[in-house]
Write a protein that binds this ligand. Structure first.
Ligand code: ATP
Ligand code: MG
Length: 166
């Protein structure tokens, strides 16, 4: 299914599932609002968890401003917080913008092996809890009222290509 454009696109996926890769293969950098990128803006780097509250405050502000102008907005976070998803979906509804959830349904072993190959791997127990949260979220999405829920496997994500976001 093609994703409408403009649209609000909310990514859902564990670390290493390929969210940022998929986003940068399809969207301009300015269209992607990434919590990791904003941690780098207001903190010491994309992994600076102490900067999370400030990064998410900025993220909410950017999403609200872009969606209010009916600009395509791709929200690149884990996507597993139901209250945040509801807020973004409501903002899109209020603006008359189609809202799509995109789940990166990447097998746990693939996320783990990609994670292990990274410079700053997420601790194994953190990844385990992310994978569980993504599974729970996938079960909730259909009832949340998205215009479409897209579930992608690794074959749907180009492996190479320009990278605009972390
Ligand atoms: P995080 O939540 O940590 O930001 P992410 O979901 O954004 O993770 P990416 O950064 O997009 O994940 O991808 C993780 C790693 O997997 C990267 O090194 C990327 O190049 C690689 N990767 C992503 N998609 C594919 C694919 N389809 N085939 C091969 N490698 C991929
Ligand atoms: Mg990412």
């Amino acid at each position: 299914m093609p994703v409408p454009d403009p649209a609000l696109v909310v990514l859902v996926g564990a670390s290493g599932s390929g969210k940022s890769t998929w986003a940068s293969s399809r969207y301009r950098a300015a269209e992607v609002v990434s919590s990791d990128a904003l941690r780098e803006v207001v903190g010491s780097g994309e992994h600076d968890l102490d900067a999370s509250a400030d990064a998410f405050a900025l993220l909410e502000s950017v999403v609200s401003a872009r969606v209010g102008r009916r600009l395509t907005t791709v929200v690149d976070t884990l996507g597993t917080d139901p209250a945040r998803r509801r807020r973004w979906l409501t903002a899109a509804r209020d603006a008359g913008l189609p809202a799509v959830a995109v789940v990166l349904d990447t097998p746990a072993r693939v996320c783990r092996s990609r994670n292990a190959a990274r410079d700053r791997p997420v601790p194994a127990r953190v990844l385990t809890s992310q994978l569980a949260a993504v599974a729970t979220t996938t079960d909730l999405l259909d009832a949340e009222g998205w215009d479409a829920v897209l579930v992608l496997t690794p074959d749907d994500v180009p492996a190479a290509g320009p990278r605009n976001t972390p």
